[in-house]
Ligand binder design. Structure first.
Ligand SMILES: [Zn+2]
Length: 243
């Protein structure tokens, strides 16, 4: 029997260009979750998705919470952190009229206390920014990813990835090729296709926009789409799959 492979994607922050991204995902029938900070302070209000646009996005994709204003949760008080987490859940639930089950830590920052607050707020799944994780997390509030659609630097490409990708630091050319996220995204997908498990691609539409990397993203989406042995899922579908 063929091994089952799960492909999921997630996109953070609630920036306007999420709409363009959603059109691309739809074109390739790739599912996923948009993590939205409704009052994200890192962007101008007019650059964020409007409520009507969030409602529209929710027709084809899952909406997850990403705090109200996008603070680093470990840097604020416990009370403020809980309000940020809970208020984003309530805001989106009121807007969409359905339960919001997935959360994503802004800036990938969390600690034991923050994980507990996310659990207390009632989330079933929470995504970190850990990469090169291809197995279902034991604790779904600490779910990692395969790769970010963003340039990898020598500093951020962890040594573990060298093992996973069966390359050696001494193969300089191979190592350098892995700094290109398109190459790495396809290569890690090939590995998952061969061995099974989960392929979770994530990123930010504003980063794609800023780097003018839409064509690159489209090539990757095209590469991972339309596979018979792959189940294309939202992030919450992963939680359901474990029940
Ligand atoms: Zn974010």
């Amino acid at each position: 029997m063929e091994k089952e492979i799960i492909v999921t994607t997630s996109w953070d922050d609630g920036y306007k260009s999420d709409l363009k991204l959603a059109r691309l995902l739809k074109k390739y029938r790739i599912r996923g979750t948009f993590y939205i900070s409704p009052k994200n302070r890192e962007f101008r209000k007019e650059d964020l998705l409007s409520d009507a646009e969030i409602i529209r996005l929710n027709r084809d994709f899952e909406i997850g919470a990403h705090t109200m204003t996008h603070p680093r949760l470990t840097k604020i008080s416990e009370k403020e952190a809980f309000n940020e987490i809970m208020d984003s859940k309530k805001y989106l639930e009121k807007l969409l009229g359905e339960e919001i089950r997935c959360f994503c830590y802004p800036g990938g920052e969390y600690n034991e206390k923050i994980i507990e607050l996310v659990r207390k707020a009632g989330f079933s799944y929470s995504r970190t920014m850990e990469k090169f994780e291809f197995k279902l997390a034991e604790n779904l509030l600490l779910s990692g990813t395969a790769l970010e659609t963003h340039r990898n630097s020598l500093l951020t490409l962890p040594v573990d990835s060298l093992k996973i990708l069966s390359i050696s630091r001494f193969h300089l050319l191979e190592f350098i090729k892995n700094l290109n996220w398109e190459y790495l995204a396809k290569k890690t997908f090939d590995e998952v296709e061969e061995h099974g498990d989960v392929y979770h691609l994530w990123g930010h539409s504003w980063v794609i926009e800023k780097g003018n990397e839409w064509e690159k993203l489209e090539r990757v989406l095209s590469y991972i789409s339309g596979k018979i042995n792959v189940k294309y899922c939202t992030n919450y579908d992963i939680f359901k799959a474990t029940k």
